[in-house]
Design a protein around this ligand. Structure first.
Ligand SMILES: Cc1cc2nc3c(=O)[nH]c(=O)nc-3n(C[C@H](O)[C@H](O)[C@H](O)COP(=O)(O)O)c2cc1C
Length: 199
């Protein structure tokens, strides 16, 4: 399938088949794909938590609002966390980057101040979301991106010192009856001529 067809067929899965688990090989591939995500100046201000343990997944599901059931049904849950302190980023990530990257950061990112730098780091993690969703779809894996989570409660459960949860993605195999799949619910997108301009 070419990527346009993959884009037409992927969708946010609302109902998973709880009996279909992803293989270790598939999950390892997806884990490496996360590691390979691109980011501005190769900043990589993230930590990805891949959860298969049913007990932990269920505890996380309980602090995920309307996403509870799909997290419980899904094979795995990936939590996308971002570094929560600028000093930590500068000491652990920036210090390992080449001079050109450091110069770019000092000239264009550092002046944004604490809130602006944290915002910039979050952008990088969101980019890895797009990369991940596309990769999963290309492998025929169903997924659901979810901002409907309680980050503080996630942080308390995951205990990743120096990181805060931003959003999560459920992955697995759809319930064949899932109402949200494009064959049952055509995709809604704003018209091409409104969202694009060809000059
Ligand atoms: C950042 C982000 C957060 C989202 N949060 C949720 C969520 O919490 N629960 C959910 O069921 N879908 C969530 N979605 C799915 C969107 O509603 C969905 O991508 C959009 O309606 C387009 O539909 P499609 O993904 O099926 O093409 C989220 C999507 C994105 C990109």
């Amino acid at each position: 399938m070419n990527f346009l067809d993959i884009a037409k067929n992927r969708y946010s899965t609302k109902q998973y088949n709880p009996d279909e688990k992803l293989s270790t090989d598939i999950v390892q591939q997806l884990t490496q794909i996360l590691q390979l995500s691109p980011s501005s100046i190769n900043s990589q201000p993230w930590k990805f938590t891949i959860i298969s343990d049913e007990k932990i997944k269920s505890e996380i599901a309980n602090v995920s609002y309307h996403n509870l059931e799909k997290i419980n049904q899904a094979s795995h849950l990936v939590v996308f966390n971002v570094i929560d302190q600028v000093a930590k980023f500068e000491q652990e990530n920036l210090s390992q980057l080449p001079e050109g990257a450091v110069n770019y950061y000092n000239q264009h990112v550092k002046p944004l101040g604490d809130a602006g730098i944290k915002n910039w780091m979050q952008h990088q993690v969101y980019l890895s979301l797009g990369f991940f969703l596309a990769a999963a779809a290309s492998m025929g894996i169903d997924s659901t991106p979810m901002e409907g989570i309680q980050p503080e409660a996630y942080n308390n459960l995951l205990q990743h010192e120096g990181y805060t949860a931003l959003f999560a993605v459920a992955i697995g195999r759809r319930d064949p009856e899932d109402f949200n799949q494009p064959t049952r619910k055509p995709k809604f997108r704003r018209p091409l001529e409104e969202v694009t301009a060809t000059i």
